[in-house]
Design a protein around this ligand. Sequence first.
Ligand code: CA
Length: 253
Amino acid sequence: MGTVMAGQTWQVTPIPPTAATETPDNAHILIVEDEANIASFARMYLEAAGFRVSHADRGDTGLAMAQQHQPDLILLDLMLPGLDGYEVTRRLRGDDATPIIMLTARDDAVDKVVGLELGADDYVTKPFNPRELVARVRAVLRRADSSAISKSQPRDTIIQIDDLRIEVGGREVFVGDKRVALTPKEFDLLVALIENRGIVLSREQLLEQVWGFTFLGDSRTIDVHVRQLRRKLNSSCPIQTVWGTGYKVPAKR
Ligand code: CA
């Protein structure tokens, strides 16, 4: 066993496609970062992974480039000249679902929570491991590419819970006649809970279902999004807290 003979024929076992091979390799990533060494470090690894990369070193320039070139994903620093990362996110999130990964300072939990509340998809803490960065970029692109919600529900599905109406295909939510603007993740979280009506889902299950396996953020992300949903939907929010376990939308009566 173990001796390789010259000319020996090997049976090649195909490697199952991994997550990495499913992503579009030529996706366009916009880096908005004013620290030149961090930007070039990220660029080098992303380009080596096959992505097309452009770079802005100011928030206002980054916003303009994002609007003009429609990148597939934005890697966004928070502290930026011109316009900070929060404001860039706020302006981009008007009606745009371009995935955003925020670059945050180490251990700054407030930054992360605020960033997620504004609609960022994920965050990476600086200084980052380049392989982790590439993995996060791929994971977020993959989720953006194949929203589990739009796959599992026909486009014309309408969910009605009392005065809350969700048009799943159009990703629109109404309370009575009033349209409520939700971020992509708030919408996915709400629909994930409704699709599992009557079942308690733990924060970890929700992270896995809505953010994907590779999201390394903590479970507080879920609490932040539930809090936002309750604030936006008021008494029409059907989500109940199950103490010590997670969240659920109660079964139909
Ligand atoms: Ca900065």
